[in-house]
Each structure stands twice: as structure tokens, then as C-alpha cells.
Design a protein around this ligand. Structure first.
Ligand code: NAP
Length: 284
């Protein structure tokens, strides 16, 4: 079967360009969209993510403010900075790069961010809004998954969708978004029985398992669309996903590659959330 490779790089570029145009329109109205990026410690992977987010801001004409705090920062110190950013009317979005050092409770930090500035979409108020079909920030990776499907003309309504993974940042919101698009959604996790049987019913598979090449050809129905959220480095230092691309792709109608699939979408949707923050802050 010939399959379509869903080009996340190209789609993310398109979204960032749309954001650049909107940011410019806001600038003409005197609004300079501003994202505060907070990093605690110097975890190398976090530093790469933070750098890429700041670069995307530059590309889109969004101002980024950088807060680099030492590894030994206390929870109180971080909460105090968040309080100041919440109160600063020039700041539209606040992003605290996760993971945080062990002495800081991530949930307390997420809940301290003003929901109207929560461009990561992790605050319980935004998670609740997604759950109840109200306006709010949607977390970036799941929002990116839906954009990939829509912009690749893959119909979701009425389709059997199986999400493997139920994390708060990927699996659960991805399932809720597919449901909002009128998919028939099943969520699988580590206690799911007969995983292969369940996944092989799917027209759309979202793999967010966190295990390299876990989904193989025998999980996949002929003609399914497969979105691979996983990112891993194999023993040769090459990137791979949760899906065994080489065996799965020939059975699919469409599939995301790793790299170049879901990965670039996360930052593009962050930019999109920064743009949306101006409108959302008025309605939340
Ligand atoms: P996570 O928090 O570790 O969640 C993994 C989920 O997979 C859990 O719900 C777990 O079930 C389920 N699972 C584990 N083993 C399973 C098995 N044998 N069968 C069925 N389900 C199983 O991971 P995450 O944060 O959602 O991330 C998932 C992957 O996406 C990771 O590779 C991560 O690096 C990647 N990621 C990529 C991006 C991006 O921008 N592309 C962003 C975020 C994450 P239980 O709940 O029962 O434990």
C-alpha cells in the first residue's frame, strides 16, 4: 500500500507563518505578544527545548523574556517569580520548562500560573475546559496531533481512534480532542488487555507510550493513519519513535516520521497559544 508521510516540519512552518502574520496585526494595534520562559537548572535537554522555543518566538515576532534560575531555586522563589509574571500586564504567556528539580512540586507550580497565561495548557482549569468543551488553552503536543490530521485531510469524525498512553500532557488531552472532533475514542495504557487486538481496530492510532518501536505492523489495520508521538534515541544515536516505522508504514494510509512529525508541531502550537492568549485572557 502506498502511504502518505505526514510532514510535520512543513505543517509547523505553515502554522508559524500564520502566527507571524497575526502577531504583526496585533503589533499594529499596539499589542506586543510576550512570552515569559522560565528554566530552573541547566538540564541539557531542557536547554535545547528552551532555546528552540525562544527561536520560534523570534521567527513569529513574539517577544520572549528569559528567566534562568539556578538548580537550587526553592519552590517559594519560583512561586514568587510566577506571582510577579501573573501580575505583569505586559506578559501574555508563562511557560515553566519541565521537569523541575526534585525540591519543587510541579503541580503546585502549574497551579500557580494564571490560567489566562497558561500557554502550555497544563493548568487544571484549562484541562477542565477541554474536558467540558469550553474555551481554554490546549496543551501543545495534543493540539499539534489534531492539526496534523486536519491539515493532512484525514477525517476524524466517526472514525475509530485508539490512543496508547494516558498521560496528562499527551494521551488524555489527545483523546479528548479526538472526541471533540467526533471520533470514537479508546484509550489504552499499561493495564490494557489484548492491546494488539484493540489497536488493530483503529482507523487512527496515536502512539504516546514512551517505548521505542513498541507499535509494530501486527498492531495496525491495513489503511490506518498513525501518529507517532514518541521520541527516543536508539543505540546508534539516531532518533526513533514509539512506532516501528519500517514495518508499520507499508500498512498505513498515512504516518508521521520521527523526527519531522509531531515534534516540530509542539513548538508551533505553543506559538499559536501565545497568539490566542490575547483573546483567551478576555474570555477565561
Ligand atoms: P508517559 O507519561 O511516560 O506516559 C506513557 C503512557 O504509556 C502511560 O499512560 C502508560 O500507561 C502507557 N504505557 C506504558 N507502557 C505501556 C504498555 N506496555 N502498553 C500500553 N500502554 C503503555 O509519557 P508521555 O509524557 O505521555 O510521552 C509519551 C512519549 O511521547 C514519550 O516518548 C515522550 O518522549 C514523547 N513526547 C513527545 C513530545 C513531542 O513534542 N513530540 C511531547 C511530549 C512527549 P500507565 O498510565 O498505565 O502507566
Amino acid at each position: 500500500m502506498s502511504y502518505q508521510i505526514i510532514d510535520g516540519k512543513a505543517i509547523s512552518k505553515q502554522i508559524k507563518e500564520e502566527c507571524r502574520v497575526k502577531a504583526e496585526q496585533y503589533r499594529e494595534r499596539g499589542i506586543l505578544i510576550t512570552l515569559a520562559v522560565v528554566q530552573v537548572g541547566q538540564d541539557p535537554a531542557s536547554s535545547v527545548y528552551v532555546r528552540n522555543k525562544k527561536r520560534a518566538c523570534e521567527e513569529c515576532g513574539i517577544k520572549s523574556l528569559s528567566y534562568e534560575l539556578p538548580e537550587e531555586t526553592t519552590e517559594e522563589e519560583l512561586l514568587s517569580l510566577i506571582g510577579k509574571l501573573n501580575a505583569d500586564s505586559a506578559v501574555n504567556g508563562i511557560l515553566v520548562q519541565l521537569p523541575l528539580p526534585g525540591q519543587i512540586d510541579e503541580n503546585r507550580v502549574i497551579q500557580a500560573i494564571d490560567a489566562r497565561k497558561d500557554v502550555d495548557g497544563f493548568h487544571p482549569m484549562n484541562a477542565g475546559a477541554l474536558c467540558t468543551g469550553q474555551r481554554g488553552f490546549v496543551s501543545c503536543t495534543p493540539a499539534g496531533i489534531i492539526e496534523l490530521l486536519k491539515r493532512s485531510n484525514i477525517e476524524i469524525a466517526g472514525k475509530e481512534c485508539v490512543v496508547i498512553g494516558r498521560s496528562n500532557i499527551v494521551g488524555k488531552p489527545a483523546a479528548l480532542l479526538l472526541l471533540a472532533e467526533n471520533g470514537t475514542v479508546t484509550v489504552c495504557h499499561s493495564r490494557t488487555k489484548n492491546l494488539k487486538e484493540v489497536v488493530s481496530r483503529a482507523d487512527i492510532v496515536v502512539a504516546a507510550v514512551g517505548k521505542p518501536k513498541f507499535i509494530t505492523a501486527d498492531h495496525i489495520k491495513e489503511g490506518a493513519a498513525v501518529i507517532d508521538v514518541g521520541i527516543h534515541r536508539n543505540e546508534n544515536g539516531k532518533l526513533c519513535g514509539d512506532v516501528d516505522f519500517d514495518s508499520v508504514a507499508p500498512k498505513c494510509s498515512a504516518i508521521t516520521p520521527v523526527p519531522g512529525g509531531v515534534g516540530p508541531m509542539t513548538i508551533a502550537m505553543l506559538m499559536s497559544n501565545c497568539i490566542a492568549s490575547v483573546d483567551l485572557s478576555e474570555s477565561l
